[in-house]
Write a protein that binds this ligand. Structure first.
Ligand code: NI
Ligand code: MN
Length: 228
């Protein structure tokens, strides 16, 4: 089947594809804009980009209930093992691995990664995922702009997910520059309007993307599905 993606609000993404259902950064029960409750989701895999609460979110209870394998950096995978998650797969930046749904490569991200109890969550990451149908998705997760996004773009990105909220991540202007470096076919803004500090106008941002790049911007509402 064709890979589909649902934005569940903030940086939480759900993918349905051949080989399984993949949930990324499931910040749901504490997110007033979340489009789903953790109990409604049955992922086979959960990807966690870094240790902050608005990304780790409900990972532990969802993994405990469903038996999902959590894919994260080595430090977060180890921390989850100590907090009751049975199945984890630790990786590090630049490394890739083939999973039933596709290949996951951890990409750089410039950010922090402290876990909720103050533990060291290693280095934050983004994800480059090549699904079984060949579609390539880049989720930048929380990061500032960096020039090596051009290298990620060289791999041929079908869909990019970029934060535009500013303050903790790239803001709208740098996110447009990221689109130029990544040259994705389509791009979806995330990590904005969850709370006041990251309030942005996604439609104004989309207009800048249309004006300055060949990429097609797609503004979603929490809960919306798109074909990848
Ligand atoms: Ni963060
Ligand atoms: Mn965040």
């Amino acid at each position: 089947m064709a890979t589909r993606m649902r934005w569940l609000g903030h940086a939480c993404l759900l993918f349905q594809s051949d080989g399984g259902t993949v949930l990324i950064d499931p910040f749901l029960s504490s997110n007033p804009t979340a489009a789903a409750k953790p109990e409604e989701l049955n992922p086979d895999f959960i990807l966690v980009s870094h240790g902050h609460g608005d990304h780790l979110g409900d990972t532990v209870p969802i993994a405990q209930r469903t038996g999902a394998t959590v894919i994260a950096n080595y430090e977060i995978a180890g921390w989850l093992q100590k907090h009751g998650v049975q199945s984890t797969h630790g990786m590090q930046h630049g490394g890739g691995h083939q999973f039933p749904f596709g290949r996951v490569k951890l990409t750089l991200a410039f950010h922090g990664s402290q876990l909720p109890d103050g533990s060291d969550g290693g280095n934050p990451c983004g994800f480059l995922i090549t699904f079984q149908d060949g579609k390539k998705v880049y989720d930048a997760a929380d990061t500032g702009l960096f020039g090596d996004m051009r290298l990620i773009g060289e791999e041929g990105v079908d869909l990019a997910l970029l934060p535009i909220g500013d303050n903790y991540t790239m803001g709208p202007d740098d996110a447009v520059r990221a689109v130029k470096l990544l040259a994705p076919k389509r791009v979806v803004p995330i990590h904005y309007n969850t709370f006041d500090l990251i309030r942005q106008d996604p439609r104004a941002w989309a207009e800048q993307v249309r004006r300055q790049t060949p990429a097609a911007p797609i503004v979603l509402s929490p809960g919306d599905w798109i074909d990848v």
